[in-house]
Write a protein of this length. Structure first.
Length: 446
């Protein structure tokens, strides 16, 4: 250990934070989890990341990688190991103005990216929260406000700089290390640390964005009509339905349909959104043209002692009516979790199912159920929550890794169907045979 640490101090140009240091308390935790690592490393270059990886491997220490730190299972920290915090690798650079190719540091957040691209009239379809990291969101999917028009965040990726478990820095693309490139587009952090992403951004003139709310008793009609309409809606429209919000009345909370229409054409926006307005009794409507950077919401750090339990699933066309019926029945009950249903399809579904390791191309919807509260409240609600999922199980396929609070074998099997998992395991054997990168929804090399 002492010799490995000496080599790290010699080769590492960033910050090495240890217990007792002034920054340790904040550096040791991620947004949603606390930890007590022996070392938190903040690299300033890919070379630093390589040194950090070699140190963790050589010392036999558990390794965690932190981008934005929003992992629900707490992958961005650990106890007694090494955390590589990428927050100082956050640059945003336009490499090719003609093709809108943008290079983004592996520790950047989507708010930083949106703000940097806005003066150039560019955007990347990302998640919906400013403080969420580019790395974690992209490596497992990236379902955001422009997903039906431009696809997942990972669909816009053209190359990546990756530090492997062996401490090598490689470029992954369709031409270089193509199997690694396939794997990092959906396979999470299993295969290395991405120190830089290259995305093909798209021009943007703004987004018609806002929410349209309906009374809770109209939930069943509104939600089914909304899902039916999305099958024929212009792909410029992406939408999320939220209901049973415990902070807005629980079963009496309004049904909120959030909409985003890519572009500044008011006629297109009206054509896309008006059918939603006609689904029921509108009690709130604040849709307006906004810069894309203003659409992203501020992230929330839970107060001490507050836990978040979240679980997700995908719904294909034939199961949509049954799932929405169950969810609306649940949402009307006093102990309902918070429920959000996201539209996918469109550009996501046009990508061949085996083109990337993201394995849920045929889904029309992705939905999430969430419980928030002190640990005793969450635990008391868990049996009822699990009963809901037992009802949903016959109608739901898979899970979205970015909205899972656990990483059990069952979770991993839901994220990666058998065929996908087998191919990922082969890539894992090549690039991380010792499973150094295990802090994720883990694909084992054997």
């Amino acid at each position: 250990m002492s010799s490995a640490l000496e080599i790290l101090r010699r080769d590492f140009g960033g910050d090495i934070i240890e217990p007792g240091g002034a920054e340790y308390e904040s550096a040791s935790r991620s947004v949603l989890a606390s930890g007590s690592p022996d070392y938190v490393l903040r690299p300033t270059s890919a070379g630093d990341v390589r040194a950090g990886v070699r140190f963790a491997a050589g010392a036999g220490l558990v390794l965690s990688v932190r981008g934005g730190g929003h992992s629900f299972p707490g992958f961005g920290t650990n106890d007694g190991g090494v955390v590589i915090d990428l927050s100082r690798l956050a640059g945003v650079e336009i490499l090719d103005k003609e093709r809108h190719v943008v290079r983004i540091g592996g520790g950047a957040t989507w708010g930083e990216v949106a703000a940097a691209l806005a003066p150039h009239g560019l955007a990347i379809s990302s998640g919906d929260t400013r403080s969420v990291g580019v790395g974690g969101l992209t490596l497992s999917g990236g379902i955001g406000w422009l997903v039906r028009k431009h696809g997942l965040a990972l669909d816009q990726l053209v190359a990546a700089e990756v530090v492997t478990a062996g401490g090598e820095v490689v470029r992954a693309s369709t031409e270089e290390h193509p199997e690694l490139f396939w794997a990092i587009r959906g396979g999470g952090g299993n295969f290395g640390i991405v120190t830089a992403f290259e995305f093909a951004a798209h021009p943007t003139a703004g987004v018609f964005f806002g929410k349209i709310a309906f009374p809770a008793p109209e939930a069943a009609t509104v939600l089914q009509g909304w899902a039916d309409y999305l099958r024929t809606a212009p792909e410029e429209l992406t939408s999320i339905a939220e209901f049973a919000n415990p902070f807005a009345g629980g079963p009496n909370a309004p049904v909120e349909i959030h909409v985003a229409v890519d572009g500044d054409d008011p006629e297109l926006a009206a054509t896309a959104i008006d059918p939603i307005r006609r689904l029921g009794t509108v009690i709130h409507d604040d849709v307006a043209l906004k810069p894309y950077a203003d659409v992203l919401a501020d992230g929330m750090t839970p107060p001490p002692g507050i836990q978040i339990a979240t679980r997700s699933g995908f719904v294909e066309r034939g199961s949509v009516p049954a799932v929405l019926q169950i969810l609306t029945e649940v949402g009307a009950s006093e102990r309902s979790p918070f429920i959000a249903v996201r539209s996918v399809g469109g550009a996501v579904a046009r990508v061949p199912h085996d083109a990337t390791a993201y394995a849920h191309r045929h889904a029309e919807l992705m939905f999430v159920t969430t419980i928030v509260g002190p640990a005793p409240v969450v635990e008391a609600a868990r049996p009822g929550w699990e009963a809901i999922w037992e009802r949903l199980a016959p109608h739901v396929s898979g899970a979205y890794a970015n909205f899972l609070a656990s990483a059990t074998e069952e979770d991993v099997a839901a994220v990666y169907p058998m065929e996908t998992y087998g191919r990922l395991a082969a890539v894992k054997r090549r690039y991380d045979p010792g499973n150094l990168f295990a802090g994720n929804h883990n694909v084992r090399p054997q």
